[in-house]
Design a protein around this ligand. Structure first.
Ligand code: PLP
Length: 374
């Protein structure tokens, strides 16, 4: 038996809507792309949404639309998925890391100002594991310094902070729809903004640099093919219409974990942040500070051996070998990010898990902790 880390939640409704597109004439550049964009913009509460083929493409185009390139610096977090950093490198700009707040696991707003230089052109914060904590403060600092915010909301669809949705904070914001996300389009992403000019540039950049009229062989700028097809968007339209149901199912799974792991003092168990509504993306527990990376790695290996898929979300970005080689970072540069990274265990988390599954994962984890933390 194997319990998977993540699984998509696809119903007959999605299958029917995708099939409808497949039976029609428009597999791409058809009417379902703007339908998905309109529904998405309305859900987040923004003027414009631009569908793209991945979250990574969305972040990259957001930075390009702001004119960021070689010689520029973008402030970001070292505790995230690699794409939050590589999107900056793709433009030729330099990622400048700022350590995290160990409570929220997001970039620490208190440390941002010390990292701002004459070359800083944007701040790229990430709602890590879906948590929007601190985003109001990050935006306030950016406003004071006249810097745009490129919000990486790839993990945060449906989260909110003091009533404001994730994706509503940045000058531009990006979501991702890989199948482990709250909603999926297979692959895909969405850029959001209230600025028509930035949105129009993103529309052109995703479509080979074509102009507003979309004349097929007239190109105004260096562009890309980062389009999302109508097939993907059909999946997205139905998934988005089910977001509240999906969020509720995930919250139920998180609650089972919290109840069953209550009192387990070898672990730090994630809870909803104060003032925030968390749309659960993953369920990542952490070893207590008494334990270290070797023990964590042994636990991951043993869980996997026992048929339960787990992961080490996230190794610190600044210590990935190609980043070390390019920017010369060292162990100890961002101690909070490193401390957290050494101790995380992402447990199976998706909508198909039953209470019995969660009990089995927790029972296995407790037995594995007994062995590995002796
Ligand atoms: C924080 C974060 N940023 C960016 C991405 C990139 O999204 P994608 O895989 O759709 O390119 C992801 C997810 O994969 C993510 O978790």
């Amino acid at each position: 038996m194997r319990i998977y880390l993540s699984r998509p939640d696809i119903t007959e409704k999605e299958i029917q809507r995708v099939t409808q597109v497949l039976r029609g004439p428009d597999l791409s550049l058809g009417p379902v792309v703007p339908e998905f964009e309109r529904a998405f913009a309305e859900y987040i509460g923004r003027r414009r949404a631009v569908a793209v083929n991945s979250g990574t493409s969305g972040l990259f185009l957001s930075l390009l639309a702001l004119g960021i390139g070689p010689g520029d610096e973008v402030i970001t977090t070292p505790f995230t998925f690699i794409a939050s950093t590589t999107c900056i490198m793709m433009t030729g700009a330099k990622p400048v890391f700022v350590d995290i707040d160990p409570a929220s696991l997001n970039i620490d707003p208190q440390r941002i100002e010390a990292a701002i230089t004459g070359r800083t052109k944007a701040i790229l914060p990430v709602e890590v594991f879906g948590n929007p904590a601190g985003f109001d403060q990050v935006c306030e600092i950016a406003r004071r310094h006249g810097l745009p915010v490129v919000e990486d909301s790839c993990e945060a669809l449906g989260s909110a902070l003091n009533g404001k949705k994730a994706g509503a904070f940045g000058t531009l914001s990006t979501f991702g729809f890989y199948p482990n996300k709250q909603i999926t389009t297979g692959e895909g992403g969405m850029i959001l903004t209230d600025d028509d000019n930035l949105a129009d540039i993103c529309v052109s950049l995703r479509n080979q640099g074509r102009g507003k009229g979309g004349v097929w062989l007239a190109h105004e700028r260096l562009g890309y093919n980062f389009r999302l097809s109508d097939i993907n968007c059909a999946l997205g339209v139905v998934q988005l219409s089910r977001i509240e149901e999906i969020k509720a199912k995930r919250r139920q799974v998180a609650t089972w974990y919290q109840e069953i792991l209550a009192g387990e003092d070898r672990l730090v168990v994630p809870m909803e942040p104060a003032g925030g509504e968390l749309s659960w993306f993953v369920f990542v527990v952490r070893l207590n500070e008494r334990f270290g990376q070797d023990q964590r790695d042994a636990i991951l290996q043993e869980m996997d051996r026992q048929g339960i898929q787990v992961s080490n979300y996230f190794p610190p970005v600044h210590l990935q070998p190609f980043i070390v080689e390019k920017y010369g970072h060292r162990q100890g540069d961002f101690p909070f990010a490193e401390f957290v990274s050494q101790r995380t265990i992402a447990l199976p988390f998706h909508n198909h898990l039953t209470e019995q599954d969660v009990a089995l994962v927790c029972g296995t984890l407790r037995a594995v902790l007994d062995i590995c933390l002796r």
